[in-house]
Write a protein that binds this ligand. Structure first.
Ligand SMILES: Cc1cc2nc3c(=O)[nH]c(=O)nc-3n(C[C@H](O)[C@H](O)[C@H](O)COP(=O)(O)OP(=O)(O)OC[C@H]3O[C@@H](n4cnc5c(N)ncnc54)[C@H](O)[C@@H]3O)c2cc1C
Length: 471
């Protein structure tokens, strides 16, 4: 059994890992993994320079979705997994200044009434309007997807959307809550309305439950001591050790069904026969590769919009700040040329020497023209703003700009219909599966879980067609 994996990002590598390991009901498979770039990792890109550890793409993953932790464990990296350090205080810049996020803050609301009443993030009018949620009837129609922003605005008012939901949710998905799908991104909100009617009552009930279970407000974020690149390195080394054929700088130009399997055609014209296929090259790559063999799936996939985002890294001398920068960062609810920053040197150990403050600032396309400005203009706007908010007395000594153009899938309203259409379009090619952030979750744990699951499904489909037909 030979599996072709297109793409050597975290999804493709996880798919390959699943295949070479096999399972209780599946023999280990041969793997041919093809990566067009000259390095593995895709969006995972770690740079070490001048005593700094810089993440140009993702910098961490959440622990409550266990797939990334499990993978690290299987690779023997459990001892290298680290949690956040220092103060663990995150701020929101709202109503003119930095204010700490209320304790027990979820994606939309805190899970206790006290911090909600006392926070200065919201104005008194915002709080009064949000309180209406306690008496409003249910708003959602079963089976009808809506934008998160529209739903929250109707229940909790515009203040919560602008000052809590958009910075929190938009910060993760790189898109505005006014375009993101409730059912694909925050289905728990629908479940909350069904069960409790009021989202505030639902949040309070969840807070009580968490406290009764002894779950504190600790940070769910984890990363690796050596950066996320070390996860990629370990995967690549162990895949190679297990005999996987890993090719860098090689692009799959097309794939065509051939007998019970498929043939991969490379950019240089060579052809390789395989039994099963996992497409993990992203929305555009997969839509192009499916255009001929599965046009319905390709068309549905191509409808997933892609967001552009930029990460600007700034390393300041610690002496540039009158008081030590101990906050883990902030999200912006006020107008700004960034959506927020992470203070990597405060949030994680081993990211910078003591005399350096390492910051990564985010500039998503939803901020408008600044997101497409040239490097000089972008850098000037970001350093001016960050420097002003933190009171920097000097310029950063090192800067980096990492641009991610049209690379973040946006789960907009109707996303789950698109997922169903892609699945339906792929039904005629049972050994072909699509994996990664395009459809079922953009976070690293989602990508790892999906890569592994889709590799298993692709291999099972071609290994036991009779059983599948009977089922
Ligand atoms: C700036 C930024 C910050 C993020 N922060 C976080 C975070 O902190 N935590 C988190 O959990 N997630 C985060 N994410 C999301 C997460 O990084 C991605 O969803 C995930 O890395 C996607 O992995 P992937 O393997 O599916 O795709 P990619 O990493 O995009 O990899 C796809 C690979 O396929 C290759 N490829 C494409 N087509 C072909 C072809 N035809 N032939 C050969 N190779 C091909 C590409 O060269 C690429 O290397 C962030 C994303 C970005 C952009």
């Amino acid at each position: 059994m030979r599996l072709l994996v297109v793409g050597g990002g975290i999804t493709g590598l996880a798919a390959a890992w699943e295949a070479v390991r096999g399972g209780p009901d599946r023999a280990p498979a041969e793997v041919l993994l093809v990566e067009a770039a000259d390095r593995f990792g895709g969006k995972v890109q770690t740079e070490t320079t001048d005593g700094l550890l810089i993440e140009h793409g993702p910098d961490s993953f959440v622990s409550y979705r266990p797939a990334a932790l499990k993978l690290a464990d299987e690779l023997g990296l459990s001892g290298d997994v680290i949690g956040t350090s220092g103060t663990r205080v995150v701020h929101l810049r709202s109503r003119g200044r930095l204010r700490p996020l209320p304790s027990g803050m979820g994606m939309v609301l805190p899970n206790r009434i006290g911090p909600f009443v006392t926070t200065g993030i919201l104005s008194p009018a915002d709080k009064l309007r949000a309180g209406l949620d306690l008496v409003l009837p249910r708003r959602l129609t079963p089976g009808e997807d809506v934008a998160i922003g529209a739903f929250l605005r109707a229940r909790l008012g515009p203040g919560i959307v602008r000052r809590f939901a958009d910075p929190m949710v938009g910060g993760i998905y790189g898109a505005s809550v006014d375009e993101l799908s409730l059912d694909a991104v925050l289905p728990s909100l629908r479940a909350d309305e069904v069960a409790h009617r009021s989202l505030m009552l639902a949040a309070i009930a969840q807070g009580r439950k968490a406290r009764a279970a002894g779950r504190g407000p600790g940070s769910p974020f984890r990363t690796l001591r050596g950066g996320l690149g070390s996860l990629v390195e370990a995967l690549v080394a162990q895949l190679a050790g297990a005999g996987a054929d890993l090719r860098l700088g090689s692009r799959v130009a097309s794939i065509r069904p051939a007998g019970a399997g498929a043939e991969a055609v490379f950019a240089d014209g060579t052809v390789e026969p395989v039994d099963a296929v996992v497409l993990a090259g992203g929305v555009k790559s997969s839509a192009a590769l499916l255009a001929e063999p599965a046009p319905g799936a390709a068309a549905a996939l191509a409808e997933v919009p892609l967001a552009t985002s930029t990460v600007v890294t700034l390393a300041y001398p610690a002496a540039a700040f009158a008081t030590p920068v101990t906050s883990h960062g902030w999200l912006e609810a006020d107008p700004a040329p960034i959506s927020g920053i992470t203070v990597s040197s405060a949030k994680w150990s081993g990211r910078a020497q003591r005399d350096t403050v390492l910051i990564r600032a985010f500039v998503p396309e939803r901020l408008g023209p600044i997101a497409s400005a040239g490097d000089g203009e972008l850098l000037a706007a970001v350093t001016r703003h960050v420097g002003e908010v933190l009171g920097a007395t000097s310029e950063p000594g090192l800067v980096r700009i990492a641009r991610w153009p049209a690379m973040m899938p946006k789960y907009t309203v109707g996303h789950l219909d698109r997922v169903a259409a892609v699945e339906a379009g792929l039904a005629a090619l049972p050994g072909w599966r699509l994996a990664g952030s395009a459809l079922r979750g953009v976070g690293l744990p989602d990508c790892v879980a999906d890569g592994r699951r889709q590799a298993g499904l692709a291999l099972d489909a071609v290994a036991a067609p009779a059983a599948r037909v009977e089922a």
